[in-house]
Ligand binder design. Structure first.
Ligand code: DGY
Length: 324
């Protein structure tokens, strides 16, 4: 008997077709968000659930998993929405989709950097509103990227892809990470390691958050640390909303304590604090880091391979937790 795979969101068509061939599958054609009741019903009935960042797989949901339930094959790299401790206690395997959204997420970090520092979104708003009167020697002046110091928090795959791009824009690369990179990799990006995050923040013109959301990185950009940023500095977040104290960030942006922010992620997605959307010195986009045809397809393929590998009795390559 083929395993029952329940998918919580609408996936690319080709991926859904592959799944239909390989497994018994319940899809979500209208792409509605699963309620907690639906998640519970799914883990009671399924062998495998394919959730996304929009599903809160907490201890209560996990405690309801049926005897057949074996795996959360997450569509996405971040697994902060899954209670890993509760999954481990129930010996449930958890997989994710690393590596295939690195480049696209780094592109979005650079997009945000460019648009906030060069004020392109602001300029577009002016033009679309019919308020562009004339070219002006002193109008819409932004900040040059070349020569500025970029401090990357989290120098994993995505952090390094941001460094690679930023280096070609002429930014000086600095980073803070749990562990220092090997000398060869540091040389590739001409990157300077800072053991002290505080010391790095004080010196930087731009901070880019590229770390996963874990208990250790929860509000790593705390009110105190945001306060260490220079008045002309910018904050870019393509990681997760909860790695920044969002309320503190909004306050410093309102008061002009820092120059601006480029944000792809928020604390209470999809709800975005209205103060953020009304500020001129912020670029806000709706969690689009991995939103390319190519990335979403490759993520789906990883999900399929991860499931098939487990079903065939092996340990999936992208395991975050292996339950057997
Ligand atoms: C990821 O893969 O973690 C993206 O943020 C979408 O969930």
């Amino acid at each position: 008997m083929k395993p029952l795979v329940i998918v919580t969101r609408k996936l690319p068509e080709a991926i859904e077709n592959q799944m239909k061939q390989l497994f018994r599958v319940e899809l979500n054609p209208d792409d509605h968000l699963f309620s907690q009741e639906e998640l519970i019903s799914a883990v009671r009935r399924a062998d495998i659930l394919v959730p996304t960042v929009t599903d809160k797989i907490d201890a209560e949901v996990i405690s309801e998993a049926g005897n057949n339930f074996r795996m959360f094959a997450n569509f996405g790299v971040g697994v902060d929405h899954i209670d890993l401790k509760a999954a481990q206690e129930k010996r449930i395997t958890v997989t994710n989709t690393p590596g295939v959204l690195t480049e696209d997420t780094a592109d979005i970090a650079i997009t945000l950097m460019l648009s906030i520092m060069r004020r392109t979104n602001e300029g577009e708003r002016v033009l679309r509103a019919g308020n562009w009167e004339k070219w002006s020697p002193t109008g819409m002046l932004g900040t040059r990227l070349r020569g500025k110091k970029l401090g990357i928090i989290g120098m994993g795959r995505i952090g390094q892809a941001v460094a690679e791009r930023a280096k070609s824009f002429g930014l000086e690369i600095h980073y803070h990470n749990r562990s220092q990179l090997d000398t060869r990799t540091e040389k590739t990006y001409k990157a300077t390691y800072w053991q002290s995050l505080d010391q790095m923040i004080i010196q930087m013109d731009v901070i880019s958050l590229n770390c996963p959301s874990t208990p250790d990185t929860y509000k790593i950009m705390s009110r105190r640390r945001i306060g260490l940023m220079q008045k002309h500095a910018y904050l870019i977040n393509t990681a997760r909303g909860d790695v920044v104290d969002e309320n503190a960030l909004i306050e410093v942006l309102e008061e002009g304590v820092i120059a601006g922010a480029g944000l792809d992620v928020y604390e209470n997605e999809p709800n975005v604090d209205e103060r953020l959307t009304s500020l001129e010195n912020v670029v806000v986009i709706p969690h689009m880091g991995s939103a390319t045809e190519e990335a979403r397809h490759a993520m789906g393929e990883k999900v399929v391979v991860n499931i098939k590998t487990l079903v065939d009795g092996h340990s999936p390559r992208d395991r975050v937790l292996y339950g057997f």
